[in-house]
Ligand binder design. Structure first.
Ligand code: ADP
Length: 485
């Protein structure tokens, strides 16, 4: 792309200086031009007024009271420096000095109070003289017509410029010098933050994320400094998250690998026998490893938007029923009551079946894992405006208030040792949040009224004109999972 002339200058100071000097020069020139024009006009007006005065003087003395040419007419005409002609009531010259009768004389004789115009390079000014209401003659006085309007004005202006050339140069030089000095001061104040930012950006590139620049103004540069600081903070947070993630993943992978290794060593040393129990424990660790890697891959695909959602109108009640049954099958020893209180006629949500299945599975799996025997887990759903709010509540220990917003972070565990022992990977809720976010919904955790946990999420409704589900009473449980089911 071609550079504009100003952009070729190496610094903001040079740009500012040259713009100001240019502006000063143009201002001085315009000032002189307008002063020149004004002087020219003034000159013109003055000459015109003199012409009118001369014409009036001659007119006053040219005719006597009866309307005849006065005796001293000749003398009066001779006294006027300019060309003059005095005409009789028929338009014939009574006396003339260097001036022919103007072609517009009929106008004056017809009673026009003043007759001016140009003829033969002269500008004339005519005054009709009346006695007892009768035009007895016209007096014309003329002067050389001005050298052609605009051209004359330009010549006059140039003449003025010529005469004040040195003063003009001096004024320009003084104001230019002042402008340059001011631009220096101004530019230094304006560009210092930019130089600071350039240095800070270099340090940031080397990994110094604590770098900040002072915000000293509220203008564009100040806003840029604010944005820079925000960017530095966000980059620092991202870097911290990245490090945490690597550390967490390594730690999570290490635990089952260490356990597996210990068992293998024991088997080799003959300390343990390759019986069903030992192999089952080892299989469990291998499963956990597999689950962790699978969930990590899944989360990374979800977060990078690589898996497109297959949205369809989805009835929640049967889906909750299905997930509940799957969990019941996986925990045949459970002493936990499961209640599906999703109304069968709830309007359908617009969602990806597989993904919402995954969210419900993760939430219910947690609820069952953290709820002690004898407790219960309930799923409810209701329409709220154009959305559907689903909640999974349990009668477990609940989540302390300060941990509620954090449990959706990757690898975040309220009681890390216990949660890991319970078979969790620490990624289930992060996946649930990614899925709900991808649907344009929200997910959050609360304390359930009974003291347990309540996980709630909202999804958009498929047919927003459907019946109001939220106002309807929840149905009694459709599925009960009890001991031995
Ligand atoms: P995990 O696989 O460890 O369960 P999640 O991401 O699913 O990982 O959950 C994160 C943490 O949130 C859990 O370790 C646990 O501390 C807490 N949590 C999740 N669900 C519940 C629940 N229903 N009751 C109590 N704590 C829960």
């Amino acid at each position: 792309m071609a550079m504009r002339p100003l952009d070729r200058l190496p610094s903001i100071r040079a740009k500012l200086g040259s713009v100001i000097v240019f502006a000063v020069a143009v201002t001085v020139l315009i000032m002189y031009a307008t002063v020149g024009f004004a002087l020219h006009r003034y000159q013109n007006d003055r000459q015109y007024r003199e012409l009118a005065l001369d014409a009036r003087l001659v007119a006053a003395a040219a005719f006597d009271t009866s309307g005849l040419p006065s005796a001293n007419l000749k003398r009066v005409v001779a006294k006027v420096g300019a060309p003059v002609v005095v005409v009789d009531p028929y338009g014939r010259p009574l006396i003339s000095k260097h001036l022919a009768v103007p072609p517009t004389v009929e106008r004056a004789l017809a009673g026009a109070p003043v007759d001016t115009g140009e003829a033969g390079g002269l500008q004339y000014y005519g005054i009709p003289v009346t006695r007892q209401g009768q035009v007895v003659g016209v007096v014309y006085v003329a002067r050389r017509a001005d050298g052609g309007g605009l051209a004359g004005a330009v010549i006059d202006t140039l003449a003025l410029l010529h005469s004040v050339w040195w003063q003009l140069l001096l004024a320009g030089a003084v104001s230019g010098a002042i402008a340059l000095g001011l631009s220096r001061v101004l530019a230094r104040g304006m560009t210092q933050p930019l130089r600071d930012m350039a240095h800070a950006a270099q340090r940031l590139a080397r990994g110094d994320y604590a770098e900040r620049v002072p915000v000293q103004s509220r203008d564009e540069v100040g806003r840029l400094a604010e944005s820079f600081n925000t960017m530095a903070r966000d980059l620092g947070n991202l870097e911290r998250l990245r490090r945490d993630l690597v550390a967490n993943v390594s730690h999570e992978l290490k635990t089952p690998i260490t356990a597996l290794r210990a068992h293998l060593e024991n088997l080799m040393d003959g300390v343990e026998q390759p019986d069903r129990t030992t192999l089952a424990v080892m299989l469990d660790q291998a499963d956990r490893l597999g689950r962790l890697v699978e969930q990590l891959l899944d989360l990374s695909r979800l977060e990078s938007g690589l898996v497109p959602l297959e949205l369809e109108p989805l009835a929640l009640a049967p889906l909750v029923h299905q997930v509940g049954r799957e969990i019941a099958l996986a925990r045949p020893d459970g002493m936990i009551e499961f209640r599906n209180e999703v109304p069968g006629d709830l309007p359908r949500v617009l969602a990806d079946r597989e993904r919402i299945h995954q969210v419900l599975f993760n939430l219910l799996d947690n609820a069952f894992r953290f709820t002690p025997a004898g407790g219960s887990v309930a799923v409810r759903a209701e329409r709220v405006g154009d959305e559907c709010e689903v909640s999974v509540e349990d009668t477990g220990p609940g989540i302390p208030e300060e941990h509620l917003p954090l449990v959706f972070e990757r690898f975040y565990r309220v009681d890390s040792g216990r949660a890991r022992d319970a078979g969790g990977t620490g990624i289930g809720l992060a996946i649930a949040r990614s899925v709900v976010d991808a649907h344009g919904g929200r997910i959050w955790a609360e304390r359930a009224p009974g003291g347990g946990s309540a996980f709630r999420f909202v999804l958009p409704l498929a047919d927003v004109l459907g019946p109001i589900g939220g106002a309807q009473a929840a149905r009694p449980s459709e599925l009960r999972v009890k001991e031995g089911v």
